[in-house]
Design a protein around this ligand. Structure first.
Ligand code: TTP
Ligand code: MG
Length: 391
């Protein structure tokens, strides 16, 4: 494979940093964005000041309160994070066409051959960091390497406010001393299995016979072996268009209450519909997901006779599917979700709408405009109104 230069850019303490931009009084303080203290929520992210107390993403909020009672807890505003994320990606897109978002606050850029444009790749990274800071008020950490996995580990190691370049040929040596959990893709389970085999560092993993890893983990073992050795041929791939759109939510308390269930379903359907319209798409298929108290999870789906982007239609089908599911299973429900798939551009479908559909289409567009301006919860429909404190 030809020599490449890949950058991984990741924002520091993303959700919290956005909150600190919006409310500078929070700067320099232990701040947590996540579930309400006392709820069964978890920490989404903690500021670096809070991390000093051992707080981290995924930790139950109750534990976080115990470890750092003085922390300021914020429930967060996802709408704002998406807005900042879009601006962040737009800045990156100015630097390279070869952009692969890895999440809201991280992306890979293929910058092979970009030295001449910026003096050096290091200079280019500094320009990205300062544009992000000047225009968004948040801090980006950047890793530079010959492949994606090493660039990602480098950005992570450089934090906070970092810039770390791993020279060509030193990939494996850079990774070797790090703990195995620092390798992307190694979760708690894999870590346990590897620790059981006496493997604690990425270097030890890299020295395992490839065949042994393959027989223990299959294809994943091969992947582990390559990554541990700093080898990753996967290209930086700009995202394909969405094939489906879905939203789901976990209830504070498991429930079979129809008002809560259908109000929540309606709220989720409106969010799915808004996304569809934003992308200029319509859907042919609606599906729901239901998770019960015992974690059994089912999905049900229905294909519609016509394409739609109407919240009302998506909701109606979702509600029907949910009713059917509820007659078959008596358990309380922990999570519900609704999604649409088989997406395409509207084409001539728009002309086939009857007058009720046309009226709803207009209404939804008007609601979208208000929500874009004042936030999603600025408008509630009858069903969701009763639950407005939940959303
Ligand atoms: P990360 O980039 O993993 O974390 P971070 O930006 O908060 O901190 P840093 O990169 O400096 O280590 O995730 C980005 C955002 O995604 C994070 O701000 C909140 C959200 N998130 C969760 O909601 N739950 C999680 O478990 C994680 C890891 C992140
Ligand atoms: Mg981040």
């Amino acid at each position: 494979m030809a020599q490449r230069t890949v950058m991984h850019i990741d924002l520091d303490a993303f959700f919290v940093s956005v909150e600190q931009v919006d409310n500078p009084e929070l700067k320099g303080k232990p701040v947590v964005v996540g579930g309400k203290p006392g709820s069964r929520g978890v920490v989404a992210t903690a500021s670096y000041e809070a991390r000093a107390f051992g707080l981290h993403s995924g930790m139950p909020t109750a534990t976080a309160v115990r470890l750092c009672p003085q922390a300021i807890f914020i429930q967060g505003n996802y709408h704002r994070y998406i807005e900042v994320s879009k601006k962040f990606m737009a800045i990156l897109a100015d630097f390279s066409f070869f952009l692969e978002p890895g999440g809201l606050d991280e992306a890979y850029l293929d910058v092979t051959g970009f030295e001449s444009l910026h003096g050096s790749i290091h200079q280019m990274a500094l320009k990205i960091k300062s544009r992000v800071k000047d225009e968004l008020g948040v801090i980006a950490s950047i890793g530079i390497a010959s492949c994606k996995v090493v660039a990602k580990v480098a950005s992570d190691e450089s934090k906070p406010d970092g810039l770390l370049e791993v020279p060509l040929g030193e990939e494996a040596a850079f990774l070797a001393p790090l703990a195995i959990r620092k390798l992307p893709g190694i979760g708690k389970k894999t870590e346990q299995v590897l620790t059981g085999l006496g493997i604690r560092t990425i270097g030890q993993l890299a020295r395992m016979p490839q065949l042994a890893l393959k027989s223990r983990f299959g294809v994943f073992g091969e992947w582990l072996y390559n990554h541990a050795n700093g080898i990753d041929n996967s290209p930086v791939t700009p995202p394909a268009e969405a094939k489906s759109i879905s939203r789901e939510t976990t209830f504070e308390q498991d429930t079979r209450d129809n008002v809560i269930l259908s109000g929540t379903m309606r709220n989720l359907a409106e969010r799915v519909g808004a996304d569809l319209r934003k992308q200029g798409k319509q859907a042919k298929c609606v599906s729901i997901k239901v998770r019960y108290t015992d974690f059994t999870t089912i999905t049900r789906q229905r294909t519609m006779p016509q394409m739609t982007d109407l919240d009302q239609t998506i909701f109606q089908i979702g509600k029907d599917l949910l009713q059917l599911a509820m007659t078959k299973e008596r358990q309380a429900i922990r999570l519900i979700g609704i999604g649409v798939s088989s997406l395409s551009e509207p084409g001539q479908q728009l002309f086939l709408m009857n007058s009720t559909e046309q009226r709803l289409e207009k209404l939804n567009r008007a609601v979208d405009r208000i929500r874009d301006k004042y936030g999603f919860s600025s408008i509630q429909t009858g069903r969701t109104m009763k639950l407005r404190n939940l959303f």
